[in-house]
Design a protein around this ligand. Structure first.
Ligand SMILES: O=P(O)(O)OC[C@H]1O[C@H](O[C@H]2O[C@H](CO)[C@@H](O)[C@H](O)[C@H]2O)[C@H](O)[C@@H](O)[C@@H]1O
Length: 357
């Protein structure tokens, strides 16, 4: 298995290590959209200039400064390809008719908004109530990069299935004594502890860096690190991981992730859960997976490959995705979950008996 030592980037498209591709126009447009303004910072321009073909500032400025209408046009075109799951709710509801819907929900950026402190990524009580309602009607799993106990504490619903460490730690509801347990990377535990300590030590000189131990995955956060130090931080991480060829380095939303290089991901977790729930080979099942990050793409891919199920990407900006539908933020995710519950209640309600007159 290969060790992905040269993979290091961020949501902002600044690379560490080997030369990496520059941001796509869509990503640049997204930056503008997310910031609510079209001005770019000095560092973005410097990075873009360094990457542009001719290397001139003017080229970089043009490439990095899409007009508001261009950003809007790109988003409109993207949403045409990945329509809003709310806007197309009737389509989704009709695909669900006569089928057993099985829900899979990512946590960060899907059920809780992205915040600077990973330990403070709380989900609202309203979202919790919505997820509880969903779980009353459909088997529901939380699939997260976080360690299972941590995400379970955030969600605080004992009736759900939880797949932590990007699916490498799966457990069913605690009320069920026959509850499944799947830990395909269990032999990596000692090495994860060792690398965690090394990463904490190595990165302590980078202000704002935070290493999170997610059991079978280590997350090095750089959301609070000055952009000028991103490359340096990446080098520190690589200096540690180079001695561990059985670990791979990937990245998510302003986070570098180190995990066992085994053939297991959120897609495998989805398949495992479907099988554990007894739905593996049934054509009357409709898995619905909602997630916002790159690691969720593994699950979207599985749904595409099965030709069964609905992938919904949570994003405010155009992204390459295997999901069919989109939602813009956790607020829309909650609206979608509430609508799904409402639809289920109405569709399973007994037909009205007309009173005799
Ligand atoms: O699979 P997920 O449930 O989406 O978990 C992915 C990572 O999420 C967390 O980090 C992200 O959210 C933080 C809180 O909003 C944010 O500060 C950080 O920048 C994001 O990358 C979590 O802390 C990681 O451990 C997860 O792997």
């Amino acid at each position: 298995m290969t060790n992905q030592q040269d993979v290091v980037v961020s949501e902002m498209g600044i690379a560490a290590g080997a030369a990496l591709p520059g941001p796509s126009p869509a990503l640049l447009a997204c930056r503008g959209a997310a910031a609510g303004a079209m001005s770019l910072r000095y560092l973005d321009l410097a990075a873009a200039a360094a990457r542009s073909a001719s290397g001139t500032w003017a080229d970089a400025m043009r490439a990095s400064s899409p007009t508001r209408s261009r950003a809007a046009d790109e988003f409109t075109a993207w949403v045409r390809k990945h329509p809003s799951a709310l806007g197309k709710f009737e389509q989704i509801a009709s695909a669900s008719k006569g089928k057993k819907v099985v829900m899979f929900l990512d946590y960060d950026g899907t059920l809780s908004p992205i915040v600077a402190d990973p330990d403070a990524a709380y989900m609202s009580d309203a979202m919790r109530a919505a997820v509880r309602d969903v779980a009353k009607h459909f088997p529901t799993s939380i699939v997260s990069g976080r360690c299972r106990d941590k995400v379970r504490n955030f969600v605080a619903l004992s009736e759900l299935y939880y797949a932590g460490s990007h699916g490498m730690d799966i457990k069913g509801p605690s009320s069920n004594p026959e509850s499944v347990l799947c830990q395909p990377a269990s032999e990596f535990l000692p090495v994860m502890d060792e690398v965690y300590k090394a990463l904490v030590e190595k990165t302590k000189s980078t202000p704002g860096a935070k290493v999170e131990h997610n059991k079978f995955c280590l997350s090095v956060h750089f959301r609070c690190v000055d952009e000028k130090r991103w490359n340096g931080l990446a080098e520190q991480v690589k200096a540690v991981t180079k001695d561990y060829p059985k670990l791979k380095l990937t990245h998510g939303r302003k986070v570098l992730e180190i995990r066992p290089s085994i053939m297991w991901d959120k897609g495998k977790a989805l398949e495992f859960l479907l099988e554990s729930l007894g739905f593996a080979n049934r054509s009357d099942v409709l898995p619905v997976y909602i997630g916002d990050d790159r690691t969720d793409e593994d699950a979207f891919k599985v749904l595409r490959k099965r030709g069964q199920g609905i992938g919904i990407l949570v994003s405010k900006c155009p992204k390459e995705t295997n999901a069919s539908y989109s939602l813009q933020d956790p607020g829309e995710v909650m609206d979608f979950l509430l609508r799904l519950v409402d639809w289920k209640r109405k569709s399973s309600a007994a037909p009205m008996v007309r009173p005799r007159v």
